[in-house]
Design a protein around this ligand. Structure first.
Ligand code: F6R
Ligand code: MG
Ligand code: MG
Length: 382
């Protein structure tokens, strides 16, 4: 095949089992993924990789020159998750193999259980990326923060004062129920964009591009809706997003700022509750209160000559990447405290809306069985 001079950054992620409920993949599972990716590195399938997690989801970060939806790269990720699943089953981890929905790989992980977000670009002089990873929620959770980042001048001052950001951004929006997509342009269509995105049960951002000639892709989000890919609901997507920053795109600080507001997102506990999105470090991403609250992590790395570059110590960290874990610091304690306050408030609704989701969105329900049982006792109101 012809290798592109453009670099592709791929995150492929899956929940294939964890320790004590839906909490944290066992370190041996993570290591088995690394072993498979090391083989892929030796074989030249990928240029570089980094394996991490958020809550119970394993996230494989990879760089390569094979473009999006590469059969080889997706196949490698599939093998990594199969290896982790085998261990998870042997160790009797909880929900072992949950997101491995098919027996045989058929060219792309889409529709097979794992989620993916990939972007291809020509590497700039310096290429800072933020990798967002979420647990216990769905892709539309990113709609509010990313529309603020790429459309709201009160969030991103760059939209007003950086000439290259000032031209605005294009949004690809997907309708996850009807499998449709549309490209819209901001700032001209901002209100129309928000009219769609405000319905978080149906619409989500898939991609954002700069409208400036030389910049290209700005953000990509995984939008694989697991309930639909599995034909039945098997869990919220726990989506990932990659955001490319600086030099005409929103600055790193502009991208992080909206996460200070712990918005209510769907997917907490049994995929059936609203909870406040809790920004945290990877180490703090175990679901510790009512299987949550929903978490979001933000890892920062550069792409340098087609490979990842973090803050690794040249002596002690040979071959290991050390991203900046942006939500680890005490600056985010206030947002975390607010998220806990809002989440506890939501919990006080018990099984009542809006503590729980609307009926179409519930991952678990007894309603059809209850209605069936009551059928003969249900009477018309005069
Ligand atoms: C899973 C999740 C959890 C589970 C809950 C019940 O991602 O969010 O809240 O839905 O622990 O799990 P089961 O039905 O496996 O007992
Ligand atoms: Mg899970
Ligand atoms: Mg998860």
């Amino acid at each position: 095949m012809i290798m592109s001079d453009r670099v592709t950054v791929s995150i492929i992620k899956a929940d294939v089992g964890s320790v004590c409920g839906h909490s944290r993949p066992h370190p041996k599972m993570m290591e088995s993924c690394r072993e498979v990716l090391r083989d892929g590195l030796r074989a030249g399938t990928v240029n570089d990789f980094y394996v991490t997690r958020v809550g119970d989801d394993i996230n494989l970060f990879m760089t390569h020159n094979r473009g999006e939806n590469s059969k080889d790269v997706h196949g490698l990720a599939w093998e990594a998750f199969k290896a982790a699943t085998k261990l998870a089953k042997e160790m009797k981890m909880y929900a072992a193999g949950q997101d491995i929905l098919k027996d045989a790989f058929s060219g792309n992980v889409r529709g097979m259980g794992p989620g993916s977000a990939e972007m291809e670009f020509k590497e700039r002089g310096a290429e800072p990326l933020i990798f967002f990873m979420a647990d216990k929620t769905e892709p539309s959770a990113y709609s509010m923060p990313l529309s603020r980042v790429f459309m709201d001048p009160y969030t991103t001052t760059g939209l007003v004062i950086d000439p290259r950001a000032h031209v605005g951004f294009k949004f690809e929006i997907v309708d996850v129920i009807d499998s449709k997509k549309i490209v819209m342009s901001a700032p001209e269509e901002s209100y129309d964009i928000l009219s769609l995105l405000g319905d978080t049960t149906r619409y989500a951002i898939k991609r954002i591009w700069s409208k400036h000639d030389d910049i290209g892709i700005g953000a990509v989000i995984s939008t694989d809706k697991l309930n639909l890919t599995a034909g039945k609901y098997v869990g919220k997507d726990d989506p990932v997003a990659i955001v490319r920053c600086q030099s005409g795109l929103p600055a790193v600080g502009e991208v992080l700022q909206p996460f200070m507001f712990p918005q209510l997102v769907a997917g907490w506990m049994r995929g059936s509750h609203y909870g406040a999105w809790f920004p945290c470090s990877v180490d703090n991403s175990d679901p510790t209160f009512f299987d949550g609250p929903p978490r979001v992590c933000a890892l920062g790395m550069m792409i340098s000559n087609g490979k990842f570059q973090g803050c690794e110590d040249p002596v002690h960290d040979v071959g290991v990447h050390r991203p900046i874990d942006f939500f680890a610091g005490s600056e985010w304690d206030g947002a975390r405290a607010k998220a806990m306050k809002a989440s506890i408030y939501m919990r006080q609704h018990g099984p009542f809306m809006p503590g729980i989701l609307g009926p179409e969105e519930m991952e678990y329900t007894t309603r059809p069985a209850v209605l069936c049982k009551l059928k003969d006792r249900m009477e018309n109101i005069d």
